[in-house]
Design a protein around this ligand. Structure first.
Ligand code: NAG
Ligand code: NAG
Ligand code: NAG
Ligand code: NAG
Ligand code: NAG
Ligand code: NAG
Ligand code: NAG
Length: 650
């Protein structure tokens, strides 16, 4: 071949190539291997070049989606999205051939094994998501090589070990989603370089040490979630500089008390939840001037003093949770502000009358465990129950019971063994209480499933058959709660009782799909004593839709049985949908097993008196289930009060 003809040949090739740029052949090969490995051939059938313009897999809404960048006659894959398609197996090495990747989304699949160190070679990456998978191993320090990262997500996986300090090099990072990822230990101080952060989801990890002071330098933060960790308080005053915060959720802090002083300038807040954080001191008056505040949850803390009169002036607050504190005095008479949907002041030594307008349509209010005068309550039963808990006459009129049974979230059912489980199908609101028709028991619920696509729901239902039981129907409904669900047996004979708690996971599906990767964890307290911590129904029952009955022994010494299901911030938040977490219970059966305890008191027909008092939150070890039970004998004209149970540490 002559020089001339060779040149001509080359010229032609370039012409053709320029007309139709093609994908780097190494990348085509790698893509094809991955497509076969993940069984995606039906969706990604590369009969044309993967980087062909207008290919079906390049369209905006395609999933899987592959797009490229072409420069001259060569194209490189820049975006790969394989989202919620249940691809499984390990992350294949071929992925690291795609060196020009800018955006990789492998979220909501069932990938397993580690993230290989080669991830560090993809140094053009800006958006990287492995969120909601089944990945294990350490978080690779090589991620620190991806200095162009804007968004990094590896939440809801099973990693172990600490966050690598190398993440501190990701100074462009705006979003970091690492909730429920399995990581542990302290936050490396190097993370203080992440000054661009706007979103930090870090809940439900085994973080230790103090809540980092340096988060206070992340002045671009809009969203921070840090619930259910082992972090210690106090909330540093440096957080007062985070004035762009719109959604702040810190929870479950231990050790030192926190003050609310840092909130002064955080006026952009729309959601503020500092639940179970050992927050002490008085409620700041100026919170009422926060114009966007919709949800304020300061429950399960150590707040004291009166609820400020300024709390009448909230303009946008819909959900106000102040339960289980040590707030005293009277409620501001107009605390039911314009947009209020839920008011929880339960378990506080608050006295006086109910607020005006408490019967507002659509409002739910929980005043259980307070000394508020219940006479004005329209709901005769609720009023009766409060009277009963306050030690007035209602409970004493009936003979003491020796058992009660509740079909949580469902209608009356009689079990094969003849036990009648009472109807508990009442629709509960975001701060509610409900009492059975015969004052045998009462239920109290607080909490709001923020951003649940199914709306406010406190009952779960399934049509599926429940296995490991002959009483499948008993488990097809359940009460669920985003914060605190509490049942009281009332007017019980004193003595030793057996408490049977019936559980079956009916919301999380336990399948081999990504939807089966959810973890529900909650705590259970009986008579103020923690009997279950980080309880996971699925793992104990061996899967979803399987019945599990846990039996405990407890003593009734003051006519009341207190069974408290409490969310301590643990478990996944959002599998299979947003706001899937918190306690779930299917049925409760409580019955006396002997006359042993308290039999000497039994004939005195005393009634329980419940006065709300809360104690803080030592790493979720002590929660505010501490209630003073007082009783007195009805026969005694002097109404002699005796304190029988002091707050107990669980
Ligand atoms: C891929 O496309 C070819 C040609 O159009 C077709 O013969 C083959 O069946 C397709 N494969 C799959 C898995 O869809
Ligand atoms: C891609 O589609 C657009 C609009 O539908 C069209 O204008 C363009 O010519 C197409 N390009 C190719 C290479 O087919
Ligand atoms: C980090 O990225 C550079 C390119 O920017 C690359 O040469 C190097 O191998 C990468 N290091 C690791 C540990 O992946
Ligand atoms: C709030 O801002 C004012 C004015 O900038 C400042 O003086 C004050 O210290 C800030 N308060 C807090 C708690 O950060
Ligand atoms: C609650 O506050 C009162 C003062 O109003 C105080 O005497 C009491 O000790 C506090 N109780 C607890 C449990 O902190
Ligand atoms: C996740 O991995 C574990 C083993 O590490 C396995 O037992 C489990 O079935 C996997 N889950 C899914 C949904 O694939
Ligand atoms: C119930 O009381 C008996 C006798 O006082 C005691 O031995 C037992 O430990 C108590 N049980 C519980 C669960 O507190």
């Amino acid at each position: 071949m002559g020089v001339l003809s060779f040149s001509f040949f080359v010229f032609c090739m370039v012409e053709i190539a320029a007309a139709q740029p093609v994908t780097d052949p190494n990348e085509v090969m790698a893509l094809n291997k991955m497509v076969d490995y993940w069984n995606l051939r039906a969706k990604l059938n590369f009969t044309t070049d993967p980087c062909t313009q207008n290919a079906t897999w390049a369209s905006e809404n395609a999933n899987p989606r592959i797009t490229c960048h072409c420069n001259g006659n060569t194209c490189h894959v820049t975006n790969v999205k394989i989202y919620a398609l249940d691809i499984s197996g390990e992350i294949p090495k071929e992925l690291f051939v795609l060196k020009e990747l800018i955006d990789l989304n492998l979220g909501q699949n069932v990938l397993s094994g580690p993230i290989p160190a080669e991830i560090g070679q993809l140094s053009n990456m800006q958006y990287l998501s492995f969120g909601i998978n089944n990945l294990t191993g350490p978080v690779p320090p090589e991620l620190g090589n991806l200095t162009k990262l804007i968004s990094l997500s590896f939440g809801s996986n099973n990693f172990h070990g600490p966050l690598p300090s190398e993440l501190g090099t990701l100074t462009s990072l705006q979003q970091l989603y690492i909730d429920s990822s399995g990581v542990s230990g302290p936050f490396p101080v190097e993370l203080s370089n992440l000054r661009s952060l706007q979103t930090l989801w870090a809940s439900d990890n085994l973080f230790t040490g103090k809540l980092p002071e340096f988060f206070g330098t992340f002045t671009n933060l809009k969203t921070m979630r840090l619930q259910g960790t082992m972090l210690e308080g106090p909330i540093p005053s440096s957080y007062g500089a985070l004035t762009k915060l719109e959604d702040l959720r810190i929870g479950d802090l231990s050790e030192e008390d926190s003050s609310l002083k840092f909130l002064d300038n955080l006026t952009s807040l729309s959601i503020l939840s500092l639940r179970n954080c050992r927050v002490a001191g008085q409620l700041p008056e100026q919170l009422s001037a926060f114009p966007y505040l919709k949800l304020l949850d300061l429950s399960f803390n150590r707040l004291t003093g009166q609820i400020p009169i300024s709390f009448q002036d909230f303009t946008s607050v819909q959900y106000l949770y102040l339960g289980s504190n040590n707030l005293s005095g009277e409620l501001p008479p107009n605390i039911i502000s314009l947009n209020l949907i839920a008011l929880d002041v339960s378990f506080n030594p608050i006295s006086g009358n109910l607020p005006q307008n408490f019967a507002k349509v659509g409002l739910s209010m929980n005043v259980i465990g307070t000394s508020i005068n219940p006479n004005s309550l329209l709901d005769r039963k609720a009023s009766g129950m409060l009277h009963c808990l306050l030690g007035n006459t209602k409970c004493t009129n009936k003979l003491p019971d020796t058992s009660f049974s509740i079909k949580c979230g469902g209608t009356t059912q009689v079990s094969a063994s003849g036990v009648r489980f009472d109807d508990d199908s009442e629709t509960l609101g975001a701060a509610s209480m409900y009492t059975s028709s015969d004052y045998q028991w009462t239920v109290s619920n607080t909490g709001n499933f923020i951003s649940n696509p199914n709306g406010p729901q406190y009952i779960a239902k399934t049509d599926s058959q429940i296995t490991e039981t002959l009483e499948s129907e008993l488990f097809k409904t359940a009460r669920i709660s985003p914060s605190s669900l509490r049942y009281y047996g009332l007017g019980l004979k004193n003595g030793k009782y057996s408490v049977e708690l019936h559980f079956a996971e009916i919301q999380m599906d336990g399948s081999q799909s990504w939807t089966g990767l959810g973890k529900r964890l909650f705590d259970v307290y009986i008579q103020g004593e923690r009997v279950l911590k980080d309880f996971n129904i699925q793992s104990e029952a061996g899967g979803s839709m399987r019945a599990l009955v846990k039996t405990f022994e407890a003593n009734v010494t003051n006519t009341i049985m207190d069974i408290h299901f409490f969310w301590a911030g643990r478990g996944t938040c959002c599998i299979p949908f947003q706001s899937t977490y918190g306690p779930l219970v299917s049925a409760i059966h409580v019955s006396q097993v002997s006359d042993g305890v308290g039999s000497s008191n039994r004939d005195k027909k005393h009634v329980g008196r419940l006065v709300g008092i809360a104690a803080g939150c030592v790493a979720g070890l002590v929660i505010a289930s501490s209630i003073f039970y007082l009783w007195w004998t009805k026969d005694s004209p002097a109404h002699k009060r005796v304190q029988t149970d002091s707050p107990r540490k669980g």
